[in-house]
Design a protein around this ligand. Structure first.
Ligand SMILES: [Zn+2]
Ligand SMILES: [Zn+2]
Length: 323
């Protein structure tokens, strides 16, 4: 069913590569990197399609039933820029493609010594014939790892100093998911890639998982007064559930330094006592912004301030008590 679409995609990728990318690489004498460049074009095209789909499907939701009405949308612009930089650039996909040869090498030499890295299909052979089931198992395992990465980024002051860039948006929208400090992003990418490799996710599955997860995360940041109902909210992260995570004084304080950490499945928050299903659509941001704390308006200011906060957090010997 998807074959004609895949053919079209490959044709566009080849055309872009041959007319624009290859001549430039040739002129600069970079022919040794031509294979990576071809993969780069793929990442770029997938990003472009994702942004198109996001806008086409989610923007109407924001117009239909916004959680908040804004007099002007200026604060959203910086998140649009974050999205384009991240989706069209070096995303986890690219890190994975870059790391794969290295991992293949390590795996190969381990196999020579008689060690076989764990793989779900080896443990449960019937999974090989049920790609949809194995897709969901991998999705759930990665989501579980992401839940804990996210909790740690609230728990450790130096990491929160970076993650606060994401939380400092007072106008949460479909664009806000990619608003992250680049160091926070790199830690996140590394985490995902290590987990993906440790549990042996086949690259084809990984790309599907990344695309599904990213779309759902854009939906969960969308400025829309929407929950999936009593049961639905417990099965899948909704805009109501994730907005609570961004609520001033709600999503970054308390015994766990926040609530609703799961990217896709609220199950993890329910299991580990961090779920809040109250659906109150709170104002978003960080409490000290109400007292005038400035997290910066542009990407550069936000990055500089993030590093400054991290530096201060690392220099403080005793961890600061939760507010
Ligand atoms: Zn968070
Ligand atoms: Zn968020």
């Amino acid at each position: 069913m998807f074959d004609p679409l895949i053919e079209l995609f490959t044709a566009v990728q080849a055309w872009l590569f041959e007319t624009l990318v290859q001549p430039v690489f040739f002129a600069l004498g970079l022919m040794a990197y031509v294979e990576q460049a071809y993969e780069g074009v793929e990442v770029f095209l997938i990003g472009l399609i994702e942004i198109g789909l996001m806008f086409a499907l989610l923007r109407p939701l924001e117009a239909w039933r916004p959680a908040e009405h804004w007099a002007d949308r200026r604060a959203v612009r910086v998140d649009v820029l974050y999205t384009f930089l991240n989706r069209l650039g070096v995303a986890p996909l690219a890190v994975f493609l870059l790391l794969q040869p290295l991992v293949d090498g390590v795996e190969g030499s381990l196999r020579l010594q008689g060690y076989i890295p764990p793989s779900l299909e080896d443990l449960l052979p019937w999974l090989a014939d049920n790609p949809l089931v194995s897709f969901f198992i991998y999705l759930a395992l990665l989501d579980f790892a992401e839940y804990w990465r996210h909790r740690f980024s609230h728990r450790f002051n130096w990491w929160w100093a970076l993650h606060a860039v994401h939380h400092s948006q007072r106008q949460l929208s479909l664009w806000s998911d990619r608003r992250n400090h680049i160091l926070d992003d790199m830690l996140g990418d590394l985490w995902v890639v290590l987990v993906a490799l440790a549990i042996g996710i086949p690259p084809g599955q990984f790309i599907g998982i990344v695309v599904v997860t990213r779309f759902m995360e854009s939906l969960s940041h969308t400025n829309v007064r929407m929950s999936f109902g009593w049961l639905g909210d417990r099965l899948l992260v909704s805009p109501a559930f994730h907005r609570t995570h961004h609520g001033i004084g709600v999503g970054h304080e308390g015994h766990a330094m926040g609530c609703n950490f799961a990217p896709l499945f609220p199950l993890w928050d329910m299991l580990f006592g961090t779920a809040d299903f109250s659906r109150r659509f709170p104002a978003t941001g960080i409490r000290d912004q109400l007292q005038g704390a400035d997290y910066g308006e542009g990407i550069i200011a936000q990055h500089v301030r993030g590093v400054q906060r991290m530096w201060r957090a690392l220099r403080r010997k005793a961890p600061q008590a939760a507010g």
